[in-house]
Design a protein around this ligand. Structure first.
Ligand code: PMP
Length: 313
């Protein structure tokens, strides 16, 4: 019998609802809340990294996550939601109360609470759940992807720019289909047939030393990791292009990787069994991973503005 559960839920201690800390078992939402019945819910997934030498937990690009969170609420026409500084204070309070000294993941949600019809705009409640989350094994080992037969959402239908739980129906279908077919994940194409993104992350490929990723108007979430990688590429003097990407480019790329807060930078070793390069983690992917790791852990002074401290010294 296993003595320790590997379910992250078992590691959750104190959670926050509307600024109030409580044990997970006491954090309840009504079954009548439009956040549940009409998926009137937006969220952010944020990582914070422990630096043992600095004895500090650094939140990665918190400002950018909060800015996107507010934009998601704006686009879904929520009203009377808390401002950035009060959400930030709640996140810090949650982390400090849990007193983490390891890498964590923070899930922030904003949803229409209580009761109401489909288009109701208030009251907005917020919740924060945080838990230890080490780097995935696939960061080094990589994953095998397929091109999904599910089409990516469109800006004129259910805008992927909004980080709304409703959009994850599309991601769920692509993800389950890929797994049932024996792959780790599915890359979706947009209505124009061009590469869009994966169920929970953006796609980069490398061809002849050029870093290529679909543009932010290709039905993707405006990923903070994607943006970080483009900035890092610039400082490393790598050539990069943000443009339409054809499906067949995935099959002849030298390297491919998946990126997002959860995945960080995760090698994609093959797409539809066509190997990316030699089917191993590529050189440029590794270089970006190393640079990214130093930055998120607070070891690169040039990127100090991307990290926020959580504990007072
Ligand atoms: N696309 C989708 C659909 C996602 O769910 C995520 C994860 N948040 C991303 C891209 C990556 O975004 P970020 O780098 O901001 O986490």
């Amino acid at each position: 019998m296993k003595s320790m559960s590997s379910n992250p839920k078992d590691k959750i201690k104190l959670v926050t609802i509307n600024g109030n800390l409580m044990p997970l078992k006491d954090a309840k939402v009504s079954i009548t809340a439009p956040g549940l019945s009409y998926a009137a819910l937006v969220f952010e997934g944020i990582r914070a990294y422990w630096n043992e030498e600095h004895k500090q937990l650094y939140i990665f690009r918190l400002e950018e996550h909060l800015y996107r969170f507010i934009n998601s609420m704006k686009l879904l026409k929520f009203i009377d939601y808390p401002n950035i500084s009060s959400i930030k204070a709640d996140i810090l309070q949650n982390i400090q109360a849990n007193n983490y000294k390891e890498d964590i993941y923070i899930r922030l949600q904003g949803y229409i609470d209580e009761w109401g019809e489909m288009a109701v705009r208030t009251p907005v409640s917020t919740s924060i759940v945080s838990y230890p989350r080490p780097r995935a094994i696939a960061f080094t080992e990589g994953k095998k992807f397929t091109v999904s037969s599910w089409q990516r959402l469109d800006d004129n239908a259910s805008p992927p720019r909004i980080k709304a739980s409703a959009n994850y129906l599309n991601s769920r279908l692509a993800s389950i289909q890929a797994k049932e077919s024996g792959y780790d994940g599915g890359i979706m194409l947009g209505a124009n047939g061009k590469v869009s993104e994966g169920p929970g992350g953006c796609i980069f490929l490398i061809r002849n030393g050029n870093l290529i990723t679909p543009s932010i108007t290709s039905g993707i979430l405006e990923s903070i990791t994607r943006d970080s990688i483009l900035e890092i590429a610039e400082t490393l003097k790598l050539n990069f292009e943000t443009r339409d990407v054809d499906r067949t480019e995935l099959y002849i790329a030298d390297e491919i990787f998946y990126c997002g807060t959860g995945q960080e930078i995760m090698p994609i070793l093959s797409v539809d069994k066509m190997l990316a390069g030699d089917g191993m983690r590529g050189k440029i992917t590794k270089m970006l991973q190393n640079e990214f790791t130093e930055i998120v852990r607070g070891n690169n002074p040039n990127f100090k503005n991307w990290i926020s401290s959580t504990y007072n010294k």
